[in-house]
Write a protein that binds this ligand. Structure first.
Ligand SMILES: C[S@@+](CC[C@H](N)C(=O)[O-])C[C@H]1O[C@@H](n2cnc3c(N)ncnc32)[C@H](O)[C@@H]1O
Length: 208
């Protein structure tokens, strides 16, 4: 059985750090203080984002990610960096959701489309070759990630801005630093999964 650990309530209520006052690096350093993080702390100098390699999420971990996001038939699931498409394909096949997968690599997109046809869900899922940072994912009710810590940090303000209140985000192995503590942490073997929900408070942070 996966080991489910709820985030401390002090993370969930109040005290959401202000994006305008705290830098992302500050958030990462604070997180190191919480000793939560398996992820590396970026160096002080702004560096180009590391390339995210293709590593697929094991099938049972995919199912657990979908369960954490409570994916159902009314959801539109985006996987930003979708690889062979397995997360959105499973969301459609097992949960009746619709899905959109985005990947930079044209080979992954070809593979994902073929996998969707084979799974018989080609009418419910779409795959696009694109940069996730140039993608409008505001229609998503669920966003799935398996990227890197530094990439998550850059993506975080876009998630806050684009997603509606109530949308869920689940990330495989990489969190978002102390600026956005997860609501839920699940451990499966050597994997750690993190889940967040877009709240009215996050939207107010952005507007303020
Ligand atoms: C670790 S794999 C995860 C694949 C899939 N989400 C899964 O969990 O099985 C990360 C994927 O992100 C893609 N990727 C990396 N940077 C990207 C970017 N800027 N925009 C879109 N896709 C990207 C890579 O090509 C790779 O397929």
């Amino acid at each position: 059985m996966p080991d489910l650990v709820s985030a401390p309530s002090t993370w969930r209520h109040g005290a959401l750090p202000d994006l305008r006052r705290r830098t992302l690096l500050h958030g990462a350093a604070a997180l190191a203080g919480l000793s939560l993080a398996p992820a590396p702390i970026p160096t002080a100098r702004a560096a180009a984002l590391p390339a995210v390699p293709y590593v697929s999420t094991p099938r049972d971990v995919v199912e657990r990610m979908l369960a954490m996001a409570r994916v159902g038939a009314r959801d539109l699931v985006y996987d930003l960096g979708c690889g062979d498409g397995r997360i959105v394909i499973e969301a459609a096949r097992r949960h009746g959701a619709r899905g959109i997968g985005i990947d930079l690599d044209p080979e992954r997109i070809r593979e994902a489309r073929a996998n969707a046809r084979q799974a018989g869900v080609q009418d419910r899922v779409r795959f696009r070759q694109a940069d996730l940072f140039a993608t409008d994912f505001s229609a998503a009710s669920v966003v799935m990630l398996y990227l890197l810590f530094e990439v998550n940090l850059k993506l975080m303000p876009r998630l806050w801005r684009q997603l509606r209140v109530g949308s869920r985000v689940v990330s495989h192995d990489f969190h978002m630093g102390a600026q956005w503590p997860p609501e839920q942490i699940v451990r499966i073997r050597d994997k750690t999964l993190y889940a967040w929900t877009i709240t009215p408070e996050l939207k107010q942070e952005l507007a303020g």
